[in-house]
Design a protein around this ligand. Structure first.
Ligand SMILES: [Zn+2]
Length: 324
């Protein structure tokens, strides 16, 4: 099958568009001017958007199927921003919240079974915080304080919701992220996976492509073995041929490719490498490894739901529930 004829720019456009990740974005739009002369449209000045017209004001889940996981869309955006940032703006990296997209509210989940995400923000003191999206949403719907709240009238904010909202707090990003760091430092990638992971890093086809390249060599090795067993060639000749072929096979391994060296340290010493990743990279990896990381109102990690096989590699129970 022929690969779709995508240019680099169209791939970038797909990766950067939240629509691809199943989301609908709202952008700033020019405001209507009641002074406009609608009888003579030629007199209406060109619409002007205040601020950056590509700035995303809101994101909502769309009705359409996502082309790419939200994590990939976020990671693509992060990478683009990193590339675009000059040394003076490089400090912005700290505003990428490692747990956004993957952090979940344990309070909401345990009370209602619903998934509410944790959103990162910077407090007045410059420190990072996470807040449950539910708290954020219900705060918006909360009627003005002086107005007595009547149960059942404002359905968006019922009594039960108030109880749940009270079980929330702003969570210090440092505290949450330290627990995730501790969890990730337990991850050991089995050595027999290394070649396969490197292969996927190098090509979309993974090991298949490397196996195809080595096919003839392996067939030839098999043939020499048969010849030797049948007594047609000497042990010395067989061993010489076998050594020669094995060397060539080793050179075909993904790990032998110079461009594989970039992620090699990540495989051999994951805990070490994790500490060296920047926030955008950490967030991308967490999105690959986990379905959700749930924190309670104390900021304690209560559930770490990993995708297979990472749950096993991290020694997590199948349901991801941790001892409080
Ligand atoms: Zn919540």
């Amino acid at each position: 099958m022929k690969a779709p004829d995508f240019s680099r720019d169209s791939i970038r456009a797909i990766l950067e568009n939240p629509f691809s990740a199943g989301l609908i974005a709202r952008y700033p739009r020019p405001e209507f001017d009641t002074e406009d002369d609608v009888e003579h449209p030629e007199n209406i000045p060109a619409p002007h958007v205040a601020g950056n017209s590509r700035e995303i004001l809101e994101l909502h889940p769309g009705q359409h199927e996502a082309l790419i996981p939200v994590g990939i869309w976020q990671a693509a955006g992060d990478l683009r921003r990193q590339k675009a940032s000059s040394p003076t703006t490089a400090g912005k990296q700290k505003n990428i919240y490692v747990l956004s997209g993957i952090g979940r509210c344990w309070e909401c989940f345990s009370a209602t079974g619903q998934e509410y995400t944790l959103r990162g923000s910077t407090g007045g003191n410059g420190a990072g915080y996470y807040r449950c999206a539910y708290l954020h949403d219900s705060a918006l719907k909360r009627p003005p304080k002086k107005q007595p709240r009547v149960a059942g009238v404002n359905l968006a904010f019922s009594e039960r919701d108030a109880t749940l909202a009270d079980r929330h707090a702003s969570l210090r990003a440092e505290k949450l992220e330290a627990q995730v760091d501790a969890l990730m430092s337990r991850l050991v990638i089995p050595s027999d996976w290394h070649e396969a992971i490197l292969a996927y890093y190098l090509t979309d086809e993974g090991l298949t492509e490397f196996e195809r390249e080595g096919y003839n060599l392996r067939q030839s090795l098999k043939r020499y073995k048969e010849l030797h067993l049948a007594g047609h060639i000497s042990t010395a000749e067989y061993e010489q041929q076998a050594r020669f072929i094995t060397q060539r096979l080793d050179r075909l391994k993904p790990s032998a490719r110079p461009d594989a060296q970039e992620i090699s340290p990540l495989l051999h010493s994951f805990a070490e490498s994790w500490r060296l990743l920047n926030n955008g990279e950490k967030r991308f990896l967490l999105g690959t490894l986990f379905a959700g990381l749930y924190f309670d109102h104390n900021g304690t990690l209560r559930r770490a739901l990993a995708h297979e096989p990472f749950g096993e590699l991290l020694g997590l129970p199948e349901d991801g529930l941790l001892q409080a």
